[in-house]
Design a protein around this ligand. Structure first.
Ligand SMILES: Nc1nc2c(c(=O)[nH]1)N[C@H]1C(S)=C(S)[C@@H](COP(=O)(O)OP(=O)(O)OC[C@H]3O[C@@H](n4cnc5c(=O)[nH]c(N)nc54)[C@H](O)[C@@H]3O)O[C@H]1N2
Ligand SMILES: Nc1nc2c(c(=O)[nH]1)N[C@H]1C(S)=C(S)[C@@H](COP(=O)(O)OP(=O)(O)OC[C@H]3O[C@@H](n4cnc5c(=O)[nH]c(N)nc54)[C@H](O)[C@@H]3O)O[C@H]1N2
Ligand code: SF4
Ligand SMILES: [Mo]
Length: 688
């Protein structure tokens, strides 16, 4: 049921952002004319980012795909003709039936991520469909896989300090996160804490927007964070600044760790990281002597060859000082696990007749499309834009260009990926759907109900997979479940006590309902590591072939301060490409107002590195390595240590310019969880 023509209606931000803001949609004559924050949301409190203030421009964008389309040009050319839904669905089902008959269902691969964080959109009917189909599985490891695995080795449970508590902190260390752009409400809480005397330390490879606010900004070489944390541990043990009582009661492996960190002297760690030895000492002492001390880990430091270990190592720090017992202390990597829903009921893995199908890591999609035998013969892409966001996009592009690959893309726009599709299906925006949202940072579960009718002939993910199931002749009742049925199934999950009391009825009445956080008082007693304790030594890591104690392992592709590139190094600069302020991954890369704010892709380059190449501020430059090249404008500035260059944002191709940062990034996998290693890349730069 669509609401009235005019009025103000509650909604939820669907984007892959920790804040999951409560929104208000202002409707006039049946159209959304303004998007503002919902002041009733206890955490986001009516403030939203500039991206989503411009969301109406995206919803009513003239280039929105409103009808199913069939490709009539070459792959990648972007030429399509409009077809009907009946034709589109019949063609997809027909091709799938033939592929299953001739090559088995494993020849079909779903590829998706969190373009829409709605649980029904990416963890519901879609999963049921592909399970029943028996397709290959996708390991969705592009975002947090390495870091979450590293955290879990140490802590077991995928949750940490609650946002509400962080205002009590007196020391806040933001480590490899650019929260001003990527988690703005955590910044609001940090600013509150600072008004009460807290200090903000930011540790990053460049002075990002968050670093610009810091009381102390500590730049270091990419991929050297575990060394820095080990240097801090060295100082904590050497100066007797550890909490022995806590170590004995809540951890295992502290004796081994005490011995192990002796080699990580501040001098050695300084040589590796580029952080002066005195600063390492000062940081460790500040961390031990300020309480509550809170560490907020971003995603940046885990997009590396050694990214799992970086998070694993840093997540040991609060145990050394006992900060887990101090309200406002502790650490955050993700709070996703507090809101775990009943994924089995949603996804119905039992619909799969043969569970021994292959799993393909999404970070290696280019390689998989080009080399797997038996080949992937069909791919269904939704809620993601791999031609831009996946590593080594040159390979991805070659894979997507395969004439024998039958590709369907379901999206709101003709993205760089959709241009390679055989069939494009129009997707609704979240404001046109019913969906359920949780946050991987705060503790509120929220309900979205449609505020405007579906634009054009667009359909939600749930509707598309329902239609496909019907066309394939899947008769299970589960394919006829309504959105509300699925929300009830998701919330009915006695294994997660934090979900106690959250019901569809409650959500309908209040729109946002807090998890039952009373269970958090048992946090330290219910850790799900093998020992039930914080594992400073992890036998499970040893079994997995990893060092059981936190250890610094240099990047495969990169330099640290001990190992700098020689004169003859082909690619002497480390290249880091984190998100920008005005886009959300590649989403919004086609919204004029936001594009205008970002102006153009920039390469931040240190004056020394620029001078060595005769590059001046504003010059057009080419960044290149063996994988590909990228055209940008140089911004000469000393926000990084010399030897590191940074370019923020995932841009769409435009006017024949090579604007894909991921043309340069490797598709190797991180040390843990099959994670992506976007930031472990070396390049060189020259004037165009
Ligand atoms: N505005 C905006 N917000 C977003 C997004 C967006 O695209 N735009 N994307 C969303 C998504 S999907 C995610 S996962 C999050 C990501 O947001 P964050 O968690 O903030 O992570 P990143 O932005 O990837 O990287 C953060 C910082 O890590 C730094 N970094 C890179 N390598 C290293 C290193 O080796 N050590 C250290 N210490 N720092 C390093 C980068 O320079 C960058 O400043 O943001 C979400 N929010
Ligand atoms: N170099 C470099 N590369 C990176 C990163 C980086 O920092 N640097 N960050 C990485 C990270 S952390 C992430 S999470 C990934 C993100 O990569 P993606 O998940 O691919 O994110 P987006 O680029 O935002 O693409 C999401 C797409 O989903 C579509 N969409 C939105 N809602 C719906 C819906 O309801 N249904 C359907 N069918 N489609 C919808 C949007 O229109 C958009 O085209 O990128 C990764 N790539
Ligand atoms: S992108 Fe993040 S900060 Fe912006 S409105 Fe959405 S949830 Fe809030
Ligand atoms: Mo992400």
């Amino acid at each position: 049921m669509i609401r009235e023509e005019n009025g103000i209606f509650p909604a939820v931000c669907p984007l892959d952002c920790p804040d999951t803001c409560g929104l208000l949609l202002h409707k006039e004559n049946g159209k959304i004319v303004k998007v503002t924050g919902n002041p009733d949301h206890p955490i986001t409190q009516g403030a939203i980012c500039n991206k989503v203030r411009n969301m109406a421009e995206r919803v009513y964008h003239p280039e929105r795909v409103l009808h199913p389309m069939r490709r009539i040009g070459a792959k990648g050319e972007g030429k399509f003709e409009v077809i009907s839904w009946d034709e589109a669905i019949a063609e997809i089902a027909g091709r799938y039936r033939k592929l299953i008959r001739e090559h088995g269902p494993e020849s079909i691969l779903p590829y998706n991520f969190y373009g829409n964080m709605g649980i029904l959109s990416v963890e519901g009917m879609d999963k049921r469909f592909f399970n029943r189909l028996g397709s290959s599985k996708l390991h969705r490891a592009i975002c947090t896989a390495a870091g979450n695995t590293g955290w879990n080795y140490t802590m077991g449970f995928g949750g940490g300090t609650s946002p509400e508590d962080t205002v009590k902190a007196k020391l806040i260390i933001v480590w490899g996160g650019n929260l001003v752009s990527t988690n703005m409400h955590q910044i609001a809480l940090i600013e509150k804490a600072r008004k009460q005397g807290a200090k903000l330390v930011v540790i990053d490879v460049h002075r990002n927007r968050t670093g610009q606010r810091a009381d102390w900004f500590i730049p270091l070489y990419p991929g050297t964070d575990s060394a820095l944390a080990l240097g801090m541990m060295h100082v904590l043990f050497a100066r007797n600044l550890v909490n022995e009582g806590f170590l004995k009661r809540y951890t295992i492996g502290h004796e081994e760790l005490r011995e192990h960190v002796k080699t990580y002297t501040p001098e050695r760690v300084s040589a590796i990281t580029g952080v002066p030895a005195g600063d390492i000492e000062a940081l460790a002492v500040m961390y031990a002597e300020t309480s509550p001390a809170y560490i907020h880990m971003g995603n940046g430091l885990q997009h590396h060859d050694n990214g799992g270990m970086a998070i694993r190592t840093i997540s040991c720090l609060p145990a050394l000082t006992g900060q887990w017992l101090v309200p406002g202390g502790g650490a955050f990597k993700s709070n996703g696990a507090y809101a775990n829903m009943n994924s089995e009921a949603l996804e119905l893995p039992d619909l799969r007749q043969d569970d021994h199908v292959r799993t393909i890591n999404m970070n290696r999609i280019g390689e998989a499309l080009l080399t797997l035998d038996p080949p992937i013969r069909a791919m269904f892409v939704y809620c993601s834009n791999p031609a831009v966001v996946a590593p080594d996009t040159g390979k991805v592009e070659r894979g997507l260009s395969r004439e024998d690959l039958f590709m369907v893309v379901h999206d709101l726009f003709l993205t760089d990926t959709a241009k390679y599709a055989d069939i494009v299906l129009p997707a609704t925006s979240t404001f046109e759907n019913t969906d359920l949202y949780s946050s991987y940072w705060h503790h509120y579960v929220q309900l979205q109900e449609p505020v405007i009718p579906a634009r054009g002939e667009s359909k939600s993910n749930v509707e598309v997979f329902r239609l496909l199931a019907e066309a394939m002749g899947f008769e299970e009742e589960a394919f006829r479940d309504t959105e509300e049925d699925m929300i009830r199934q998701a919330l009915d999950f006695s294994e997660n006590p934090y979900l106690d009391g959250i019901t569809l009825e409650g959500l309908k009445e209040h729109r946002m309902v807090k998890l039952d956080m009373r269970h958090q008082k048992h946090y330290l007693d219910t850790l799900s590591t093998p020992s039930g304790k914080i594992e400073l030594y992890s036998a499970k890591m040893a079994e997995a072939g990893l060092p059981p104690l936190p250890t610094y392992i240099p990047l495969q592709e990169g330099y640290d301060g001990e190992n700098r590139p020689g004169e003859k190094a082909t690619y002497p600069l480390m290249f880091v490409s984190p998100p920008n302020h005005s886009f959300l991954n590649s989403t919004f890369g086609n919204v004029e107002k936001l594009k205008a704010l970002e102006k153009s892709p920039l390469l931040q380059i240190h004056p020394e590195d620029a001078a060595a190449r005769g590059i001046e501020d504003g010059d057009e430059v080419v960044v290149w390595n063996d994988r590909g090249s990228y055209q940008v404008k140089a911004a000469v500035e000393s926000k990084m240590l010399p030897g590191t260059v940074v370019s923020q944002g995932l841009w769409w191709e435009q006017g024949g310019q090579r604007r894909r940062v991921n043309a340069l990034t490797p598709d190797r996998l991180a040390d843990m969880g099959g994670g992506a290693v976007f930031f472990s890349t070396v390049v060189d730069v020259k004037r165009q």
